[in-house]
Design a protein around this ligand. Structure first.
Ligand code: HEM
Length: 152
């Protein structure tokens, strides 16, 4: 199926990506994880996003999330993400694939997250990202880094 031409640079994300990452935050223990991400398309001007992770040592399921990414105005891509932890993010790319939260909504029992940055760097079949967040009364700081490779 042909990619929708309005996808622009988002077209480079299509596929299934696997790799590993690590994370930390002042309130938790540092951890390493294995990750699988898929950006799928149905010929329309959005990509469906699914992500799941497991512990690098334990192999136990860790974080997972899903959503949609779409071209926005003036090349500023938009990304909506729902997390099983009750956190819902709407992000807008300031440039390229560097996304900042425009709004975050929390379910009644979710932990407090007030700001998120997801900075993705796409280099051919390698996708790296960092996640920074302001959460649980901590200021904006690093939570995650990962490097994924596209499965061919
Ligand atoms: C690859 C994706 C991610 C992984 C593997 C991951 C992993 C973890 C782990 C292992 C913890 C500590 C244990 C726990 O409380 O469950 C944690 C805590 C947390 N994560 Fe993540 N996380 C991911 C993505 C995110 C994202 C995208 C956000 C928010 C936008 C987020 C927000 C939080 C918060 C708020 C906590 C709780 C901190 C606390 O309790 O003090 N995480 N994460």
């Amino acid at each position: 199926m042909e990619l929708h031409p309005a996808l622009g640079n988002l077209a480079g994300l299509v596929g299934t990506w696997r790799g590993r990452g690590h994370g930390d935050y002042p309130s938790i223990e540092a951890f390493s994880y294995l990750e699988e991400v898929t950006f799928g398309h149905v010929g329309k001007p959005f990509l469906a996003y699914t992500q799941k992770t497991r512990g690098a040592e334990t192999n136990a399921p860790l974080h997972a999330e899903s959503g949609f990414i779409r071209p926005g105005a003036d090349g500023h891509a938009e990304w909506v993400i729902a997390q099983p932890t009750g956190i819902v993010e709407v992000l807008v790319a300031e440039r390229e694939l560097d996304f900042y939260s425009a709004s975050i909504t929390l379910s009644p029992t979710a932990k407090s997250v007030t700001r998120v940055r997801r900075a993705l760097v796409l280099d051919g079949d390698t996708l790296s990202y960092e996640v920074h967040m302001a959460a649980v009364d901590e200021p904006m700081q690093w939570h995650l880094s990962a490097r994924l490779h596209r499965d061919t």
